[in-house]
Design a protein around this ligand. Structure first.
Ligand code: NAD
Length: 475
């Protein structure tokens, strides 16, 4: 069973009656799952007013009491994990096992922020003259507005919701219209945990209309967006007009560097599993593979073997390890990447085509012999296509890895401590995994540099993103 899709404004669930609405589609079979209501201007104004009204009392609630409600929401999410995971798989496509892991991690993120909210310490700075007290304190920024995409229906919203609530902010979130159910279920957990009305509001609609209404509102003091670079630049511009703080988690094109002293087969197993997670529709997905010549053939053949072993299918079916792409736009994009690569001499080692005649499936694909200026090497693939190319020297691969305007995630494999330290320092990226793909945890900052955006979610940085620093000098 899927879920009943509603808006959540001022503590009330609002359905399609009297509102514009749209179908939500199951990408595994193209069938309609449910109808999603759109918030009209009056709904958005009601959400703004509710958040504005709720903010002072939530700010005044102690971090200790805020944490109690948040931890209850986390517990409810854990209790409901099976249903929420099935909702996500139906609307987004990822396998049930991946969905379940996403839900459990989302609960952990709520717990992390709930606890960290209790540690938003200030400091006392010694004054220059006797009798002065200098305090640095942290205050919630106010009402925040968040916008999330379709690839992680629960995980991406929860980072914004939990960060904002732990800091003492009220929030209006516009989650993805294509995968709304995960966020509806998440918000239900907060509502059922006793969150006061208006502190958290959930809306859907025409994305540009919603963001252009919410961001310029004087009530909104902070925005947080996850999605594509062009949309991020547009929303950052809207925020800048009102001098509003913004966190931008945008796209990436993550290089993977496999040095000749690494075990090529172990590296291939680790990184291929990570590559095909959520069919490659992950902003930190490894997307450009540079392998030092000595290791190249072994790495490619093991990677191809892994890709061939994946089982495409409906994510709810037992044994499925690769679900469909989330929407038909990604299918068209994959064909365009593959066609461009072929036209430039690329060799398809496996995959390369759509799969089946129902749903939005694309085969796990490996391409070799592509030049560095091929589309797949320069534009974010956001799908199950992996280009693998050889390199000769450390300096050469660093230059190639840093040559794009993206800077979100990067990965490297080496047996040398010195090379591990050198590559970690040399790569221009917000996150670097060396012999590890564990770069996204509740406790650590997650965010990009260059065109991949600014600000962090997760870690103490994720809480600070929703807080203003205030200096009080008291004589
Ligand atoms: P898109 O650029 O149309 O949309 C990206 C996201 O932004 C969607 O969720 C969309 O609803 C939202 N959006 C679009 N216009 C908006 C607006 N004016 N105001 C508020 N939200 C708005 O692209 P798409 O086809 O959905 O995805 C294509 C590309 O987006 C991918 O190739 C990838 O690069 C990027 N993307 C990144 C992430 C991420 O996690 N960073 C997630 C999804 C998509």
């Amino acid at each position: 069973m899927y879920t009943d899709l509603k808006l959540f404004i001022d503590g009330k669930w609002l359905g399609v009656e009297g509102r514009n609405s749209e179908d939500v589609i199951n990408p595994a079979n193209g069938k309609v799952l449910a109808r999603l209501p759109h918030a009209g201007k009056a709904d958005l104004d009601a959400a703004l007013a509710a958040a504005q009204k709720a903010f002072p009392a939530w700010k005044a609630t102690s971090a200790y009491d805020r944490a109690k409600i948040m931890r209850k929401a986390a517990d409810l999410l854990r209790e409901r994990y099976d249903h929420v995971a099935k909702v996500q798989t139906q609307e987004q496509g990822k396998s049930y096992a991946e969905s379940r892991a996403e839900v459990m991690t989302s609960a952990d993120i709520i717990d992390w922020y709930a606890e960290e909210g209790r540690r938003s310490y200030g400091r006392i700075v010694p004054g220059r003259v006797a009798g002065i007290r200098q305090l640095v304190t942290q205050e919630p920024v106010g009402v925040a507005a968040a916008f999330t995409p379709w690839n992680f229906p629960t995980l991406t919203p929860v980072r914004k919701i939990a960060g904002a609530l732990a800091a003492g902010c009220a929030l209006i979130i516009k989650a993805s219209e294509e995968t709304p159910g995960g966020c509806v279920e998440l918000v239900k957990c907060f509502a059922d945990a006793g969150l006061p009305a208006g502190v958290l509001n959930l809306v859907f609609g025409v994305p540009a209309e919603v963001s252009e209404h919410l961001i310029p509102s004087p009530i909104v003091r902070k925005i947080s967006f996850t999605g594509s670079i062009p949309v991020g630049k547009h929303l950052a511009g809207l925020a800048a007009k009102g001098m509003k703080r913004a966190t931008m988690e945008l796209g990436g094109h993550s290089p993977v560097v496999v040095f000749e002293d690494a075990d090529p087969e172990k590296a291939a197993d680790t990184i291929a599993a990570f590559k095909y997670r959520n069919a490659g529709q992950v902003c930190i997905s490894p997307t450009r593979f540079y392998v030092q010549e000595k290791n190249y053939n072994k790495f490619v053949s093991r990677f191809v073997e892994y890709a061939k072993g994946l089982k495409l299918g409906d994510g709810l079916e037992k044994g499925t390890t690769l679900g469909p792409l989330a929407n038909p736009r990604r299918l068209d994009a994959m064909e365009s990447f593959v066609n461009d690569a072929k036209a430039r001499g690329g060799k398809i080692q496996t995959g390369g085509s759509r799969h089946g005649n129902e749903g939005f499936f694309f085969e796990p694909t490996v391409i070799t012999d592509v030049p560095d200026d091929a589309k797949i090497m320069t534009e974010e693939p956001f799908g199950p296509v992996a280009p693998i190319v050889p390199f000769k020297t450390f300096d050469e691969v660093v230059e190639r890895a840093n040559s794009l305007e993206f800077g979100l995630a990067a990965y490297a494999f080496t047996a040398s401590g010195a090379t591990a330290a050198a590559i970690g320092d040399a790569i221009q990226s917000g996150m670097v995994g060396v012999n590890s793909v564990m770069i996204s945890t509740p406790e650590t900052p997650f965010g990009g540099i260059k065109e991949s955006g600014y600000g962090s979610e997760g870690g103490i940085e994720g809480l600070q993103a929703y807080m203003n620093t205030k200096f009080i000098s008291q004589a």
